[in-house]
Design a protein around this ligand. Structure first.
Ligand code: ADE
Length: 225
């Protein structure tokens, strides 16, 4: 999988790709991530990429021309399955979307900034818009990092144990059950007896019950779907 990220702050978004599971995926050539500084495509030598909005109002808007130049260059080099725009006014990312996107070969992610991008960018180039939650960030970079992490970890071969993504929270619309490790007792707090029993069918049943009860309490909306 190749992901091209278009951003006004490449330095802001690079570090999540330099650690842990995502770094390993990149080192194993299972994922390639490229960062494109929008200022490279600026309109003038001062790096102009944004302007005031027509009709008045606070905040700068990213202009269509630098974005067009950047996306057109990338599209001339390969085909893309999706051109995604990170913005709060979009459907919220969930596990189902991450699962679907993890099957793609090539994707562009455009990070919004300031007041966002000229609407014509969205109309002309964008195939999918994603928010990471009902709150406003300073830009789309952190959202893009979250999106990439949620996708890259699902690529076959990235996680050591293939089943570990299957038992994640949300994969079956349930939150995960609680987990414990040694010691079996700490300051009087005991690990549930069933987990020490070695009776794996019963352990599975207990975990399913716990996942259901936890979901009912914390996120009942997941059970309504
Ligand atoms: N840019 C600003 N806020 C955002 C959000 N909640 N999700 C994705 N991109 C954003």
């Amino acid at each position: 999988m190749r992901i091209d990220i278009i951003t006004v702050s490449p330095e802001l978004i690079k570090s999540p790709f330099e650690y842990s599971i995502i770094k390993r995926a990149i080192d194993k050539n299972l994922a390639e991530v490229h960062f494109h500084d929008l200022r490279t495509y600026a309109l003038n030598d001062y790096g102009k990429i944004d302007d005031y909005q027509f009709g008045g109002g606070a905040g700068m808007v990213l202009m269509i021309e630098p974005i067009d130049k950047c996306i057109s260059k990338l599209k001339s080099e390969r085909d893309y399955d999706e051109i995604i725009y990170m913005t709060p006014d979009a459907p919220t990312l969930n596990q189902r979307t991450a699962n679907t996107l993890s099957l793609n070969e090539n994707m562009i992610i455009l990070c919004g900034h300031y007041k966002g991008v000229d609407q014509r960018v969205r109309d002309l180039f964008i195939t999918k818009e994603i928010s990471i939650g009902d709150y406003v960030l300073s830009g789309g970079e952190l959202g893009a990092a979250v999106l990439c992490d949620s996708i890259i970890r699902l690529i076959p071969g990235v996680l050591g144990d293939e089943t570990s993504a299957l038992t994640d929270s949300f994969q079956d619309d349930l939150l995960s059950p609680p987990v414990y490790t040694r010691p079996a007792e700490y300051k009087g707090l005991k690990v549930p007896e069933i987990l020490l029993s070695g009776n794996f069918p019963k352990i599975d049943e207990w975990r399913n019950d716990q996942a259901y009860e936890h979901t009912k309490k914390i996120r009942p909306d997941l059970l309504e779907d």
